[in-house]
Design a protein around this ligand. Structure first.
Ligand code: FAD
Length: 381
């Protein structure tokens, strides 16, 4: 680490690494990224890495659609020699209530206005897409063939390596322990490996972002909620798409090497608990085997836990601290930070580089919780 940098980024998940890359692309290369563990050791490496464009608000649909366009050629975009593992087998979103089904029709209108190629499917077609889907109790589904999933470790590495090649420094196993400011402006970052001066600091520490913001007296209304997932033994290809329900709060997909990855929504107290629980294992298997009965034959090989960084409206907060200019936070991504990270990083980098953007970064500001102009999203887990 040098004595000082133009920009210090805190957090080596997909948001921090993509932001470092986009800044460097715009010529801002005097950048240090600090990560307390290894890259992707937070939520990014624990996520389902699902990428869907089927949102109900224009903002999320745009963030996701424009991110998908980048995921589609991320290797070329970042100069990465590995494989980011994008598989576009589609998302089948299933509706279990009349109200949900009506909302899906509204969501489709938003998606179609943006040119997203999604459509309503009846139960017969849903069974054609996933032949062993139990459609009992379902009203219908929507499908977008361009939705899918990618490998979160490779995507993060692609951004990190691309950033490094352009001059960004990355310090892993280094923990941020404090921030300094002077006359209402950020001046530096304390770490367990020493102090670095910084003109700008970007807080991409996910569930730890609020405590980092507190170091300059900024309150961010984001809390951590444990979410667990499991993976089964690999089997021959059975289904190509992700199946997801908001009402029953489950998602399940088959990865390219044959394992099924799945999760369900928890009802848990806020915590940074990283332990797995048998209650999750039992509930998840029961909910998903009801929707996809043949999966009950599969053996579970592993389960793990991570956290969603939940904001009051379950949408991102991207803002500069009122009392420490030059200190930005990008957090509150809830359960969809992976799929929107490429476009979010562009938005932040354009703002800091003084370049125009077709999205208004102020929409993601903390002020919305005072004015009531929330980012309401009917299609969020
Ligand atoms: P992170 O990846 O958590 O990165 C933040 C980093 O900051 C961490 O690596 C952490 O170590 C570091 N850090 C924290 N404190 C400090 C400190 N003091 N000093 C230095 N470094 C620090 N999203 C989707 O889009 N699709 C999905 O299918 C999906 N499924 C999910 C399933 C599960 C089980 C979970 C838990 C999440 C899921 N998500 C999904 C959400 C997604 O994982 C996150 O929104 C996204 O990864 C956030 O990226 P990030 O870079 O902001 O955070």
């Amino acid at each position: 680490m040098k004595k000082g940098y133009d920009v210090v980024i805190i957090g080596g998940g997909i948001v921090g690494c993509a932001t470092a890359f986009e800044l460097a692309k715009r010529g801002i290369t005097d950048v240090l990224l600090i990560e307390k563990g290894y890259l992707s050791s937070g939520a990014t490496g624990r996520c389902g890495a699902g990428i869907r464009q089927q949102w109900g608000s224009e903002l999320n649909a745009r963030l996701s659609m424009e991110s998908t366009e980048i995921f589609e050629h991320l290797e070329e975009y970042t100069g990465y020699s590995g494989d980011c593992g994008l598989h576009q087998g589609g998302y089948l979103l299933v509706a279990y209530t009349e109200k949900e089904w009506a909302q899906f029709q509204e969501n489709l209108k938003v998606q179609h206005r943006l040119g997203i190629d999604s459509r309503a499917v009846d139960l017969k077609e849903a069974r054609e897409i996933v032949p062993f889907l139990n459609t009992e109790g379902m009203y219908g589904a929507t499908f977008c063939a361009k939705d899918g999933h990618a490998n979160p470790f490779h995507c993060t590495q692609a951004y990190a390596q691309g950033a490094r090649r352009m001059g960004v420094e990355i310090a892993t196993y280094t923990t941020v322990t404090g921030l300094t400011s002077h006359n209402g402006h950020i001046t530096g970052v304390e770490t367990d490996h020493g102090y670095v001066e910084a003109k700008t600091v970007i807080n991409c520490a996910n569930t730890r972002a609020p405590e980092i913001a507190q170091m300059v007296g900024e309150t961010i209304p984001v809390y951590a909620e444990r979410h667990q997932a499991l993976v089964t033994e690999p089997v021959a290809p059975l289904m190509d798409c992700m199946v997801m329900s908001f009402h029953r709060s489950y998602y399940v997909q088959q990865t390219p090497h044959g394992s099924f990855v799945m999760g369900i929504g928890p009802q848990e107290e806020p915590s940074h608990n990283f332990h797995s629980s048998w209650q999750f294992l039992e509930k998840c298997c029961s909910v998903i085997c009801e929707a996809l009965p043949p999966l009950r034959e599969l053996r579970v090989v592993r389960q793990w836990a991570g956290q969603y960084d939940l904001s009051p409206d379950r949408n991102p907060i991207i803002d500069e601290a009122a009392n420490a200019k030059g200190f930005y936070s990008a957090c509150g991504f809830s359960g969809h930070g992976f799929m929107v990270a490429p476009r979010v990083a562009i938005l932040i980098a354009n703002h800091l580089a003084g370049q125009a953007d077709t999205l208004d970064i102020r929409r993601f500001g903390l002020k919305r919780y005072e004015t009531g102009e929330l980012l309401l999203e009917p299609a969020v887990v």
